[in-house]
Ligand binder design. Structure first.
Ligand SMILES: [Fe+2]
Ligand SMILES: [Fe+2]
Length: 164
């Protein structure tokens, strides 16, 4: 059984993961509007992953005899000034999520809730990848600003996400 405090924190994390999905879906719409379909596809898959993160926590809470109470999801922004601005926001958002996961780990360790600490390890590792992939795309977009045609090449590269 998880404590009320851990249950509350996990429920809040579910909300943050669902907000991430919502934010990335809004970014997918922005890219769709600007004709960058590869970027849009990348964002849509990213949104799917965030929803899966939320469901992972959802299942864990029930596995531990707790319960889930869903709260309102904040509306994300809908417009950005450029693809670079979008990915700078993705990077910033992922560092925010990393902090939130770290705080959750601190809470679990503090309560000697070893099962929750162990469960959260997957998320700690995932955040390393999330920050790295967003950071790589920010770097590429910065390079693309100086090279005509590079944006379309990047669009094609990102659009291949999920292909076998
Ligand atoms: Fe996530
Ligand atoms: Fe993420």
């Amino acid at each position: 059984m998880i404590s009320a405090k851990i249950q509350k924190a996990l429920n809040e994390q579910i909300n943050k993961e669902l907000y991430s999905a919502y934010l990335y879906l809004s970014m997918a719409a922005y890219f769709q509007d600007t004709g960058l379909e590869g970027f849009s596809r990348w964002m849509r898959l990213q949104a799917d992953e965030e929803r899966e993160h939320a469901l992972k926590i959802f299942d864990y809470v029930f596995d531990r005899g707790g319960t889930v109470k869903l709260a309102a999801i904040e509306a994300p922004a809908a417009r950005w000034s450029s693809p670079l601005a979008v990915f700078k926001e993705v990077f910033k958002h992922e560092t925010f999520v990393t902090k939130s996961i770290n705080t959750l780990v601190d809470l679990a360790v503090g309560e000697r809730d070893h099962a929750t600490s162990s469960f959260l390890k997957w998320f700690v590792d995932e955040q390393v990848e999330e920050e790295a992939s967003a950071g790589t795309i920010v770097n590429r977009l910065e390079m693309a600003e100086k090279a005509p045609g590079a944006m379309l090449m990047l669009d094609r590269a990102l659009g291949a996400r999920g292909d076998k």
